[in-house]
Design a protein. Structure first.
Length: 300
């Protein structure tokens, strides 16, 4: 009886009886939050408006268009956000001021990203004395109060976009150095790096071919959050009168110009403050989304 059963099973297998297919588990798709989509939309809109400011039907940001301190109204595109203390269009000054805030935040962030990432990458890979020196340099720069450094530079040098860029770049470099060094040290001990070293690969190949592609993702995800902080820092300097000199508008400078009349004309302060809030909030949302997507330490 047993032989018959075995023969029947063997025969069924020889005939080619179909086997049950292995179950396939579809990958889980993570849905993006509605806040991420709204943040991306706001950033696209504000960047597009800043780039196309000369093409948009806007009055000059230095030319009065109506009576001073008019409240926002729907009668004209220039008066959509009201007028400032000199009768200039708030809409025009917000859009042209976006150029300053976005350029300062993007350029200072990118320069600090490149310099800090390179120094941290080299310091984390070679370690020993050079790594100790890089860590000491970053700690010393982080220990110095950023606001004091920015105020000192603004008082010594002529206030301009280049001065603000220089100061803000110095502020963000040590953060990228520490982050790049920590990630480099973690990846330098991986098996594929040791294998490449045993196969005779040089330091430059290991740094830029093996380690850098794995380090660049979390560093890039950190960049939007840094840019958000830089926009706030630029606004703080302009509010204190140490930012971009007039008549070039900036969001922080607009808040400083309208602070004395906030009780009677709150739109002079709230309009640029809302622009800063939405931009910084959008950059933080995008940065958090990129970190959750590319930073492996935050993934399950």
């Amino acid at each position: 009886m047993t032989d018959t059963i075995i023969h029947d099973r063997t025969g069924a297998e020889d005939v080619g009886e179909p086997k049950p297919a292995a179950a396939l588990v579809a990958p889980v798709k993570k849905k993006r939050s509605i806040l991420v989509w709204l943040s991306i939309g706001w950033l696209v809109a504000i960047v597009g408006a800043a780039l196309l400011a000369n093409v948009l039907p806007l009055a000059s940001y230095v030319t009065p268009v109506a009576a001073p301190r008019l409240s926002p109204s729907f009668g004209s595109f220039d008066l959509l956000l009201g007028t400032d203390t000199l009768g200039r269009s708030m809409m025009s000054r917000i859009i042209y001021g976006a150029r300053v805030s976005l350029v300062v935040g993007a350029c200072a962030g990118l320069i600090g990203f490149v310099i800090g990432s390179f120094v941290g990458l080299v310091g984390g890979y070679f370690g020993k004395r050079f790594g100790w020196f890089v860590t000491l340099l970053a700690d010393a720069m982080l220990a110095f109060p950023p606001l004091i450094l920015l105020l000192a530079l603004s008082s010594i040098l002529t206030p301009s976009i280049s001065t603000i860029l220089f100061g803000l770049t110095l502020v963000v470099i040590p953060g990228f150095i520490r982050l790049a060094r920590a990630n480099t040290m973690a990846w330098s001990s991986r098996e594929f790096v040791r294998a490449a070293r045993n196969m005779g690969a040089g330091h430059s190949r290991i740094l830029f071919k093996e380690i850098l592609p794995n380090v660049i993702a979390p560093l890039s995800a950190y960049l939007p959050i840094i840019m958000a902080g830089l926009i706030v820092a630029e606004g703080s300097l302009s509010f204190l009168g140490l930012g971009i000199p007039p008549p070039q508008p900036s969001w922080g400078g607009m808040i400083g110009d309208g602070k004395d009349a906030i009780a009677d004309y709150p739109h002079l302060v709230f309009v640029p403050a809302v622009a800063i809030f939405f931009t910084v909030f959008a950059l933080n949302q995008v940065g958090d989304h990129l970190r959750s997507k590319f930073d492996r330490t935050m993934q399950d």
